[in-house]
Ligand binder design. Structure first.
Ligand SMILES: NC(=O)c1ccc[n+]([C@@H]2O[C@H](COP(=O)([O-])OP(=O)(O)OC[C@H]3O[C@@H](n4cnc5c(N)ncnc54)[C@H](OP(=O)(O)O)[C@@H]3O)[C@@H](O)[C@H]2O)c1
Length: 352
C-alpha cells in the first residue's frame, strides 16, 4: 500500500494546518432543518480516491433523497438504515485536486475536476477517481458543478437507453429542471426534433437552449396533440404510462427517468415496475434505468460541454451556509436548471 501523495497547498491555510474544514452535516434523516454548518475533520482519502478542494457543488433531487432518507429504498441501498452513514451532504462537485491516494493514476494534484464526491457541501471532499473527469476548459467551476449527475442521466437516457437517431421526434416531459435542461440541449445537438414540456414562465428558457416546440404543462396537454414521438423522456410530472404511450409511435421508446412523490417505501418507482412488466407484450419499448456515474460517461458529457453544444443551466446561487435554503428552493420548484452552492470564489486565473 502506498501512502497518500499530497503535493500542493490550499487556499484555506488554517484548514490545512488543523486538518479540519467547514461542512454541511446531518446527524439524522429529515427536512432541511436537520442540516448544520459545522467544523469537522477533513476526509481521509482511500487508495483509489482524490481529495478535492471544493469550488462549487450542485443541488439535485438525489441530495434531497439522501437528506430525507426517503423513500426507504434509499436507506436499503446502503446509505444508512437509521441515520446517514456519511453525515456530510452533497454529490455533484467541481474543484481542484489537492491530494491523491496511492493507486490513483488519472489525476495529479492541481488538476481541475468535476464529478461525484462523497459529501460535496464542504470545503474538501474525497472522491473515487472513477467518478471524476477533467473540468472542460470552457466551463466555469459553477457550470461544471451542476453537470455530472443530471448531465449523465440525460445523456444515457437519450443515447444508451433511448437509442435516439438524428431527425427523430423526442418529447421531453420535465424539460426545465436539472435533467431536462441537459436533455433538451443534448437531443438538439444529436439532431432530433425536440418538443419540451415545462412549467409556466419557462418557455423562453427552454426554447433558448434548443427546443423546437414548448408546451406549458399548466395550460397545454401533450396527450391532446396529433404528433407522435419516436422517443419520450419522462423526467417530471409522473404522467400515467397510458397517457405517455398514447403519443408514442407504434415502435417508439418510453424512458422513465424519474418522477417524485409516491409512498414512503418505494417512492415513485411503481410506474417503472409496471412499464417494464408491460413492455415485452407490446410493440412499444417501455424502459427505465439508473444512471452510471462512471467517468467514461462523465467524459462523454464533458466532450459535449467542451464543443459548446451543452452549456449547463444554473438556476440560483447559494453560499455553503445557505444549503438549507437551496434545498427548500428545490422543494418549492419553479426554477430552471440546477442551483449551485458556491464554496470558494474562483481563482483569478481560472475560467470561472
Ligand atoms: N434514473 C436516474 O438515474 C435518475 C438520475 C437523476 C435524477 N433522476 C430523477 O429524475 C427526476 C427529475 O430530476 P431533476 O433533477 O431533473 O428534477 P427537477 O430539477 O426538479 O426537474 C423536474 C422538472 O419536472 C417539471 N414538472 C413538474 N411537474 C410536471 C408536470 N406535471 N409535467 C411536466 N413537467 C413537470 C418541473 O417543472 P416545475 O419546476 O415547473 O415544477 C421540473 O422542470 C427526479 O425524480 C430524480 O430523482 C433519476
Amino acid at each position: 500500500m502506498q501512502p497518500t501523495r499530497e503535493l500542493i497547498g490550499s487556499s484555506q491555510p488554517d484548514e490545512v494546518c488543523t486538518k479540519q474544514m467547514r461542512a454541511i452535516v446531518q446527524d439524522e434523516y429529515g427536512s432541511a432543518d436537520v442540516l448544520e454548518l459545522r467544523t469537522v475533520n477533513r476526509p481521509e482519502v482511500a487508495e483509489n480516491e482524490v481529495l478535492i478542494e471544493v469550488h462549487a457543488a450542485g443541488v439535485d433531487r438525489g441530495v434531497w433523497h439522501l437528506m430525507t432518507g426517503l423513500p426507504y429504498l434509499v436507506r436499503l441501498a446502503g446509505f444508512g438504515i437509521i441515520k446517514p452513514k456519511n453525515p456530510v451532504l452533497g454529490l455533484d462537485v467541481s474543484g481542484r485536486v489537492v491530494a491523491i491516494g496511492g493507486e490513483v493514476t488519472r489525476f495529479r494534484p492541481g488538476d481541475e475536476v468535476f464529478g461525484i464526491g462523497k459529501g460535496s457541501y464542504a470545503h474538501y471532499v474525497a472522491a473515487d477517481e472513477n467518478k471524476l473527469a477533467k473540468k472542460p476548459t470552457n466551463a466555469t467551476f459553477e457550470q461544471a458543478a451542476v453537470a455530472a449527475v443530471s448531465g449523465i442521466t440525460a445523456l444515457e437516457a437519450l443515447t444508451d437507453v433511448g437509442r435516439l437517431q438524428a431527425d427523430q421526434r423526442v418529447l421531453i416531459v420535465g424539460a426545465s429542471g436539472g435533467v431536462g435542461t441537459f436533455a433538451v440541449q443534448l437531443a438538439h445537438a444529436l439532431g432530433a426534433q425536440v418538443t419540451a414540456v415545462s412549467g409556466p414562465h419557462m418557455a423562453d428558457t427552454v426554447r433558448s437552449i434548443g427546443a423546437d416546440h414548448v408546451l406549458d404543462y399548466t395550460r397545454e396537454d401533450f396527450a391532446h396533440g396529433e404528433t407522435r414521438y419516436d422517443l419520450i423522456l419522462d423526467i417530471g410530472g409522473r404522467n400515467s404510462i397510458s397517457r405517455l404511450r398514447s403519443v408514442l409511435t407504434s415502435k417508439g421508446t418510453l424512458v422513465i427517468v424519474g418522477g417524485e412523490g409516491g409512498n414512503r417505501v418505494t417512492g415513485g418507482s411503481g410506474r417503472q415496475v409496471r412499464a417494464m412488466m408491460l413492455s415485452p407484450f407490446i410493440g412499444q419499448r417501455l424502459t427505465t434505468f439508473i444512471s452510471s456515474l462512471h467517468y467514461t460517461n462523465i467524459e462523454r458529457l464533458a466532450d459535449h460541454i467542451e464543443s459548446g453544444a451543452v452549456v449547463p443551466t444554473i438556476g440560483r446561487r447559494f453560499d455553503l451556509a445557505d444549503v438549507p435554503s437551496a434545498i427548500r428552493h428545490l422543494e418549492s420548484a419553479n426554477s430552471s436548471g440546477k442551483s449551485v452552492i458556491v464554496v470558494r470564489a474562483a481563482p483569478a486565473n481560472s475560467h470561472a
